[in-house]
Design a protein around this ligand. Structure first.
Ligand SMILES: NC(=O)C[C@H](N)C(=O)O
Length: 323
C-alpha cells in the first residue's frame, strides 16, 4: 500500500478568486483539502499543511528548510514519496533546489496550478492527482525531483515557467521526460544528468542575479564590489556576451576571488564561451568567469549558493559549471 505525503507551501493552487473583484487571494480554509476524496484511489494520503504563501515569498533559506522537511518525510520507511504544492512563479527554483539537496531515491514531485481553486477549469485538482499518480508509480524511483504540470513530467533542472497565464505554463526545450495520460504514467527518457547532492547546513551566501542589457553603465554594478557580495550570476546576452562597460567590475570581482557565472537571458540554448571580441564569452572565460551551460540564471544562482555553502573553491566550481 502506497503512502504519499503532500507538503503544501501555497501558491495559486491554494488560492481562490474573489467573486466580485476577481482578485486572487490565499484562503484560511485550505482549498487543497477539497481534492482529497479524488486521491483515495492512490493509497494513503497525508497532508502536511506546511506553509500558505505566494511563491514570490520563497527564499533560498526557506527552500533549505523545506528540503529538510521533505527529506525527513522520505526517511520514514512507509512513505512512498512526497508531493510539494507550490506557487508557479518560482516553482522551478524550488524543484531544482530539492533536486540538489534532498538525499533520497524516492519520488519528489512538485506541482501547482495556474488557475485559482474556484475558477472555471481550475487545473489544481488534475495537477495534484497527476502528481500523486507519479509518486505511486514504481518507475518514478531514482529520478530526482520532477515537476508535474498539465499532464507532463519534467526534470527539475530543465523545466522553466514560460507562460504567465496558460495551464501549460511549464516547458523545457528538451521536452518532458514523461507524461500521465488515461491514468497511466509513462517515461520515455531519463533526466540527462547524474544527481549532484549538496549537504548544506545553512545558506547565508549573498549572490545577486544581474540581467545584461544594451547601454549598461558601470555604476549600475558598483554594489557588486561590496564585501557582503559572495559572487554573481549574470544573465548575459545570447551565448554569453556582455557590453564592455561591465568588464572592469567583473574583472575586479574575479581578482577578489569571487565567482562570476555567466548564464543567458535567452530562454533556449546553452550559455558557452564562443565569441572572441571585447566583452565576448571567450574574453569572459579568460577572466575566469564560468558558464552555466543549460541552466537558467535563477537555477545557476541556487547551485552556486549551495556550492559556496559547501565551501567549494574555484576548482570545485569548474566541475559544477557548465551543467
Ligand atoms: N500560479 C501561481 O501559483 C502564481 C502565484 N502568484 C504564485 O506563484 O504564488
Amino acid at each position: 500500500m502506497s503512502k504519499t505525503i503532500i507538503v503544501e507551501t501555497g501558491g495559486t493552487i491554494a488560492m481562490a478568486a474573489d467573486p466580485l473583484s476577481g482578485a486572487v487571494k490565499l484562503q484560511d480554509k485550505r482549498p487543497l483539502h477539497a481534492i482529497l476524496p479524488q486521491l483515495q484511489a492512490f493509497g494513503t494520503i497525508e497532508m502536511d499543511d506546511y506553509r500558505n504563501a505566494p511563491s514570490a515569498h520563497m527564499t533560498p533559506p526557506l527552500m533549505l528548510a523545506l528540503a529538510k522537511r521533505v527529506e525527513a518525510h522520505l526517511q520514514q520507511e512507509d512513505v512512498t514519496g512526497v508531493v510539494v504544492t507550490h506557487g508557479t512563479d518560482t516553482l522551478e527554483e524550488t524543484a531544482y533546489f530539492l533536486e540538489l539537496v534532498v538525499d533520497s531515491r524516492k519520488p519528489i514531485v512538485v506541482t501547482g496550478a495556474m488557475r485559482a481553486s474556484n475558477e472555471l477549469g481550475a487545473d489544481g485538482p488534475l495537477n495534484l492527482v497527476n502528481a500523486v499518480q507519479v509518486v505511486v508509480d514504481p518507475a518514478s524511483v531514482d529520478r530526482g525531483a520532477v515537476v508535474v504540470f498539465n499532464g507532463d513530467i519534467y526534470a527539475a533542472a530543465e523545466v522553466n515557467k514560460v507562460h504567465t497565464g496558460s495551464p501549460a505554463a511549464f516547458q523545457s526545450e528538451y521536452g518532458p521526460i514523461g507524461a500521465i495520460a488515461y491514468n497511466q504514467v509513462r517515461y520515455w527518457r531519463q533526466a540527462p544528468q547524474q544527481r549532484r547532492l549538496f549537504a548544506a547546513a545553512e545558506l547565508k551566501t549573498n549572490i545577486p542575479l544581474v540581467a545584461a542589457t544594451t547601454g549598461m553603465q558601470p555604476e549600475w554594478l558598483s554594489y557588486l564590489l561590496d564585501d557582503t557580495i559572495d559572487g554573481v550570476v549574470i544573465e548575459a546576452l545570447g551565448k554569453g556576451n556582455l557590453p564592455p562597460a561591465m568588464l572592469p567590475t567583473l574583472a575586479a570581482m574575479r581578482q577578489q576571488g569571487k565567482p562570476v557565472i555567466i548564464a543567458s537571458r535567452c530562454p533556449l540554448g546553452l550559455a558557452e564561451p564562443v565569441y572572441d571580441y571585447e566583452g565576448g564569452g571567450a574574453e569572459l572565460a579568460r577572466l575566469g568567469c564560468l558558464f552555466s551551460g543549460r541552466l537558467s540564471g535563477p537555477k545557476a544562482r541556487l547551485k552556486l549558493m549551495l556550492a559556496l555553502a559547501c565551501e567549494a573553491n574555484h576548482e570545485n566550481l569548474q566541475t559544477l559549471f557548465p551543467e
